[in-house]
Design a protein around this ligand. Structure first.
Ligand SMILES: [Fe+2]
Length: 214
């Protein structure tokens, strides 16, 4: 139903040094609209639509500023696109993240390069969904939702169970969430944002054409 939700980049391995940064150090913010300036020079505004009134079991925040910069630079050395920022998403064991999306209206990002640095392989997963009340292109759902998205209003269309730590591009325009309900370890993802106007279709095409890597 929706083809461009994720794909793995087996050619890429995250250096071990980045795996030790599993702590959220900057303003962990959940259940609200996150609005922070990124740490990179671009000064691109980063907004994440995550609107839920309930106590949340996941946090999104910044990692150490220096480490974030190193990570973005490391990605920019590998790829022809320029990544804009990096942050961390942590979901507690036994819990799931909230359904949310991050673009295109928000001009934050359409997709991200994600690195799972902590989590129960074979169990922890990501899910994508479509809103039951809106029969629209799932990559443009952010025009229609302004309040929190309840789980009962979502049809899950795809899941990706992490069997390994291979980096993966991840569609963040379509509704998505982290699912860590049957796990004993936190699910921790370093998430590096693609430019706000480059989506999964473009990334996939570049990957297939051989123009994604430097
Ligand atoms: Fe997200």
């Amino acid at each position: 139903m929706h083809e461009n939700l994720y794909f793995k980049i087996p050619e890429l391995r995250l250096p071990a040094e980045f795996f030790s940064n599993t702590e959220v150090v900057g303003n962990p913010a959940s259940s609200q609209i996150l609005d922070f300036m990124n740490t990179a020079e671009q000064g691109q505004r980063t907004r994440l639509l995550q609107t839920s009134d309930k106590e949340s079991d996941w946090v999104t925040g910044t990692i150490d500023e220096y480490v974030a910069k190193q990570l973005v630079e490391w990605c920019n050395e590998k790829f022809t696109i320029r990544f804009t920022n990096a942050y961390i998403i942590k979901t507690d064991p036994g819990k799931n993240g909230d359904w949310h999306c991050e673009g295109p209206l928000l001009q934050n990002r359409l997709c991200a390069l994600n690195f799972l640095i902590q989590g129960d392989l074979g169990t922890t997963k990501a899910e994508w969904g479509v809103h039951k009340n809106y029969d629209v292109d799932p990559d443009f759902i952010d025009r229609y939702i302004s309040k929190g998205v309840k789980h009962e209003d979502v049809d899950v269309v795809k899941e990706y169970v992490s069997e390994d730590n291979i980096p993966f591009f991840y569609n963040t325009a379509c509704l998505h969430r982290s699912v860590n309900e049957n796990c004993t370890s936190p699910r921790t993802v370093l998430s590096v944002s693609a430019p706000f106007n480059i989506g999964m279709k473009e990334i996939t095409k570049m990957y297939e054409n051989g123009t994604l890597f430097r």
